[in-house]
Design a protein around this ligand. Structure first.
Ligand SMILES: [Ca+2]
Length: 230
């Protein structure tokens, strides 16, 4: 209970962050150490969070295997499908295993600029991330505007490398667009501004048109397992 309370407190102190915390009423929460550990992670995260960010943190049990956080910068949609009379009110839901995050709705725009960060807790980089675009409707069920999967393994492999000292803009890995992925063009994992980033342009499936541009970033957390030991 004390953990829930402390997170709500944070939420109201900084209203730009929406904490979506999956609680697991496990024995782990009954020890002072795990409560303090969880608080440290949240405090650290608050110090590195960006504006306009939704975060999904896993439970204490999963945290034992937590490698770090994946920040998905959802930049924009391009030529998305029309689901109202002449436009759509798009938003995106990102899912990975039991975690689920959502962008805001951009009204009447099939080329929306979200520039919003959705941050997932990663314990297994082999699990693909699924994204679905919806048209918000006030009086009926929201319509689908396509979906896409993406794989974070090449990105996570690059984060594991020691890249400090490389010139800014160095390309670490190139992931080609193929029939088995949703990339609409080659995607580059790059060393940029002292960190690893991957820009992706995803072609939406199960829809007549539309692409979504995202960028991946990695956030290490103190006390988490991290990536370096693997
Ligand atoms: Ca609508």
């Amino acid at each position: 209970m004390s953990i829930q309370f402390s997170i709500r407190e944070k939420k109201y102190k900084n209203t730009k962050i929406k904490w979506r915390v999956a609680f697991n009423k496990s024995r782990h929460f009954h020890t002072t150490n795990s409560i303090n550990h969880f608080r440290n992670i949240i405090n650290h995260y608050l110090s590195v969070q960006s504006h306009n960010e939704s975060v999904s943190l896993v439970s204490a049990i999963q945290m034992d295997n937590l490698l770090g956080l994946l920040r998905i910068k959802v930049k924009r949609g391009i030529n998305l499908a029309v689901r109202d009379v002449s436009s759509s009110d798009p938003y995106i839901i990102v899912k990975m295993a039991k975690q689920k995050l959502k962008t805001r709705v951009v009204k009447k725009d099939i080329n929306p600029e979200w520039n919003e960060d959705l941050t997932l807790s990663i314990s297994d980089p082999n699990i693909p991330i699924h994204m679905t675009v919806y048209d918000y409707d006030m009086f009926s069920l929201d319509d689908k505007m396509g979906d896409a999967d993406f794989d974070i393994k090449p990105f996570v492999e690059a984060v594991k490398m020691k890249l400090d000292g490389l010139p800014d803009g160095t390309i670490v890995t190139k992931v080609p667009a193929s029939r088995t992925n949703c990339l609409s063009e080659e995607s580059c994992v790059m060393w940029k501004d002292g960190k690893v980033v991957q820009d992706m342009c995803l072609r939406l499936r199960n829809v007549e048109c539309g692409e979504v541009e995202i960028q991946l970033q990695w956030i290490n957390l103190p006390g988490s397992k991290g990536l370096m030991d693997h």
